[in-house]
Design a protein around this ligand. Structure first.
Ligand SMILES: Nc1nc2c(ncn2[C@@H]2O[C@H](COP(=O)(O)OP(=O)(O)OP(=O)(O)O)[C@@H](O)[C@H]2O)c(=O)[nH]1
Ligand SMILES: [Mg+2]
Length: 303
């Protein structure tokens, strides 16, 4: 498939060209040709609040790279009209669905609404993704690839280094420290707990009582991951690049940071385990991650 064919496809699915910008380079099209199509149903959940500059670009990018994917936008009645833009696309292309919520009710409940819809719609693989292009649609393929052998795949900013572009040092420090804190207090072999670019097998979501998830923002990501690990699922981290948003504004508040701090304490491991684990500070942390049951491949069990 060539660049022109893709634009033709876009016209057919009713996606308009956005003036002045063309996200799809010929190089990306070559990349697209290498991506394997999923035989099972994959759905990307995108929560939105005031993301009118990016939502259409993002949906286009995902569908060009993965025409078989389904996309569910969960919009909280964005004053800037993001919900209407998504609804317009949904009218012309059946792979797009929009959940309209009456008011801004937080990222956690938006994801829960999206997850419930995805399960009801029969999705086998459910992605989380931000609408602001901090998550590169080209990385969907990298996150999708290991799902054959694992139950939950995390796009990770902190595996084998730090891949964050555009943050002030203070913000990076806070995020990195929060992840070290979570790993040592919960004693879990994860480098990036708080990232929101993931792929769950449906069994993972089915095993979690979604209505009991109480948190938002960073804490929501930590809580979901905690339950997945506790329920015995197998987790893989793959490196992704994270880019600070170029449009719109952040919805993250101080409250979200405090919430994550207390949530991690609530899920703390037994004190003896924490103490033993601290010894890894002077050893190779990679060994701890590689040998933990959570990071092993899932036993073959169909799907
Ligand atoms: N539906 C819904 N979506 C939300 C809400 N809060 C944030 N989002 C969306 O969730 C995604 C992540 O939120 P961001 O504000 O980008 O948070 P962040 O990525 O941690 O921080 P920045 O990139 O600095 O803005 C974006 O797509 C937002 O539009 C909400 O209350 N409801
Ligand atoms: Mg963001």
């Amino acid at each position: 498939m060539g660049y022109r064919d893709i634009n033709q496809n876009l016209a057919e699915i009713g996606v308009k060209e956005v003036a002045g910008e063309c996200f799809f380079s010929p190089a990306l099209v070559d990349y697209y040709n290498m991506v394997e199509m999923p035989s099972k149903k994959a759905m990307v959940i995108i929560p939105t609040y005031n993301e009118k500059e990016t939502i259409e670009h993002l949906v286009r990018a995902i569908l060009i790279l993965h025409p078989d994917f389904y996309i569910t936008v969960v919009d909280d009645n964005s004053p800037d009209g993001t919900g209407e833009i998504a609804a317009q696309m949904a009218q012309t292309y059946p792979h797009i669905h929009v959940i309209h919520r009456a008011q801004k009710s937080g990222l956690g409940t938006a994801y829960v609404a999206g997850f419930k819809y995805a399960l009801a719609a029969g999705a086998d693989y459910i992605f989380e993704m931000d609408a602001d292009f901090s998550h590169d649609p080209a990385s969907l393929a990298d996150i999708f690839q290991p799902i054959d052998e694992y139950d939950l795949v995390l796009g990770s900013r902190y595996l084998n280094g730090v891949r964050v572009e555009g943050w002030r040092f203070r913000r990076l420090l806070l995020s990195k420290f929060a992840n070290i804190y979570a790993s040592y207090v919960m004693v879990l072999p994860i480098w990036d707990f708080t990232g929101g670019f993931r792929c769950y097998r449906r069994e993972v979501l089915e095993s979690i009582q979604l209505d009991r998830i109480s948190s938002d923002g960073y804490a929501f990501q930590i809580e979901m991951l905690y339950y997945a690990c506790r329920n015995g699922f197998h987790v893989k981290e793959v490196p992704i690049m994270f880019r600070e948003r170029a449009h719109g504004y952040s919805k993250i508040s101080r409250h979200v940071v405090r919430e994550a701090f207390w949530l991690v304490l609530r899920f703390h491991a037994p004190m003896r385990e924490i103490f033993n684990h601290l010894r890894y500070l002077s050893q190779d942390y990679d060994d701890f991650v590689a040998s933990h049951p959570v990071t092993q491949k899932r036993p073959a069990r169909g799907l």
